[in-house]
Ligand binder design. Structure first.
Ligand code: GAP
Length: 512
């Protein structure tokens, strides 16, 4: 299966099994807006809980808040979003389709990278154990040619990005022969800037309505509550404020399922520190956040850092944690050293003093900030795309399984009476009652046991518990493991401990 096909299968699977639905589907949907179904919401909640507990419970100096989506419009002037939260857009004159010019160039570079990697893999197969990758990359003519092409385009792109030279973006697109996937032509308009904030009005027109914005990041809700939290929580620097909440961006290109949405959720943490210590904290948070990701168990090789070459005007260091999505390595989380830009500007725009008196220094200052910011939906996509597999079984059949890391799985155990009679449903219900307070469980009695196993595999349930006639006498049940498909006979009294050992989120947290 190609990456594209794999992605289509994933989108269809998410709909079929109640993970994610197109929003307003009976009205033909709304572009780049998705709803979470009965399985998706459980997965999403588990991810949020893993993040929230990792931030607020494992760090005594990080507390959480929940600020509003609507905020005073001046906040977005202070933060720079009104003047500078723009994407460079370009239209194809033939298909009338709109694209992000930077994304067109980055995808082009990504394809060259893919070609180089394929060439390296061919070499690895050909030369076997003695393969020297560094030497191969330095000498193979195909690799050298592609690498030279990549270097040239990349250097031009970085220079154009630094200079905000949009005419050069267009020229790169034309020189590289990047065509519109719909029309297949290179008939491009100029590149223009497009502000991503949604606006609406507050108050009735008779009162004189105000234009307000739907927040494009949750971070500003943290900045404007810095003084409240610091004072009421008697927080001492260094300390952090964490928040999970909705954000809205009028994305130009939104064709990658829940990767780029117009309404999405962020998990952000702003860490307030003494000026001059920011690069140390930036390095610490990079390490901390990578550990959080790798700890989930989806393979360290599927993550990498991508340091920003062009820094936003307020930042003095920035990196992305990229994940290996079906369409290549792409940003999953951003870590930014934001200096005192935001607090400094809110001080200026609001006229309120935003400072911290540092007893150790005997002086007051406006704190610097290192932020970690991850999209919940991107995390859901990372988990789903990594987990969905089609497996060939020994008996020649295939099974579709979602090997979602067990602590994040939407349903932890399915309780299945072998037949719908002879007192088995009653005993199965007893098992449900025993487990339901600790775990999200599903009771299913319809269809053959094989079909029920397949349905649970498809939603990623780590355990299937079958209640059979012997269970009535020995009070033991058959427990089937999703990943190994092995079955073991377990006393009902031991079920809780067996399931807990594998699915309890605290076990993940303890490894951090
Ligand atoms: N406060 C900093 C900030 O918002 P960002 O890099 O623009 O930084 C942070 O966004 C994270 O939010 C991204 O790494 C991504 O996971 C998520 N994100 C951003 N735009 C998104 C969108 N349109 N759809 C889904 N997730 C998005």
């Amino acid at each position: 299966m190609t990456q594209d096909e794999l992605f289509k299968v994933l989108v269809a699977h998410c709909k079929e099994y109640g993970f994610i639905f197109p929003s307003s589907e009976i009205y033909d949907g709304l572009a780049a807006v998705y709803d979470y179904g009965q399985m998706g919401v459980e997965l999403k909640n588990n991810i949020k809980q893993y993040w929230w507990n990792a931030m607020t419970r494992l760090h005594e100096n990080i507390v959480g808040i929940d600020s509003c989506i609507f905020m005073h419009p001046r906040i977005w002037e202070a933060s720079g979003h009104v003047s500078a939260f723009n994407d460079p857009l370009i239209d194809n004159k033939d298909s009338k389709k709109r694209y992000r010019a930077d994304v067109l160039i980055e995808d082009y570079l990504g394809k060259i990278e893919e070609k180089v990697n394929k060439e390296v893999e061919k070499g690895r197969k050909k030369f076997g154990e003695g393969f020297d990758e560094a030497q191969f990359r330095a000498t193979n003519p195909n690799v050298l040619r592609e690498q030279a092409k990549w270097d040239e385009v990349h250097n031009r792109y970085v220079a154009a990005e630094k200079a905000s030279d949009f005419a050069e973006y267009r020229q790169i697109i034309i020189d590289c022969g990047i065509v519109c996937p719909i029309s297949g032509t290179c008939n491009w308009t100029d590149v223009r800037q497009f502000n991503l904030m949604f606006s609406t009005s507050m108050g009735s027109t008779s009162e004189g309505a105000n234009t307000i914005y739907l927040r494009p990041e949750t971070a500003q809700g943290i900045f404007v509550n810095y003084l409240n939290v610091q004072k009421t929580g008697r927080m001492k620097i260094p300390f952090g404020i964490a928040q999970i909440g909705k954000a809205f961006r009028n994305e130009i290109v939104a064709r990658q399922f829940i990767f780029r949405m117009r309404e999405f959720e962020q998990m952000e943490m702003q860490f307030f520190i003494k000026p001059g210590t920011e690069l140390d904290w930036f390095a610490k948070w990079k390490e901390n956040r990578m550990k959080w990701h790798v700890n989930i168990g989806m393979g360290a090789e599927n993550y990498r850092f991508h340091d920003h070459e062009k820094l936003a005007h307020y930042a003095n260091a920035a990196t992305d944690i990229e994940f290996n999505f079906p369409f290549g390595f792409k940003e999953l989380e951003g870590i930014h050293s934001r200096t005192n830009f935001d607090l400094g500007n809110h001080q200026k725009f609001s006229g309120k003093k935003i400072e911290y008196f540092d007893p150790e220094e005997g002086a007051a200052y406006t704190p610097y900030v290192v932020e970690t910011s991850i999209g919940v939906d991107r995390m859901v996509l990372a988990v789903l795309s990594h987990s969905l597999h089609e497996e060939q079984l020994e008996n020649g059949e295939t099974r579709v399984v979602m090997s979602i890391p067990a602590p994040l799985a939407p349903v932890k155990a399915a309780v299945l009476p072998l037949v719908k009679k002879d007192g088995l449903p009653e005993l199965a219900q007893e098992v449900m009652d025993l487990l339901k307070y600790d775990f999200n469980c599903q009771y299913e009695e319809k269809d053959s046991i094989g079909k029920r196993y397949r349905r649970q595999d498809a939603i990623g349930t780590p355990f299937c518990i079958t209640v059979d006639h012997d269970s009535l006498n020995d009070r033991c049940v058959t427990v089937r493991d999703r990943d190994t498909m092995e079955q073991q006979r377990v006393p009902i009294a031991e079920l809780r401990a067996l399931i807990d050992a594998k699915v309890n989120l605290n076990n993940l947290l303890r490894n951090l």
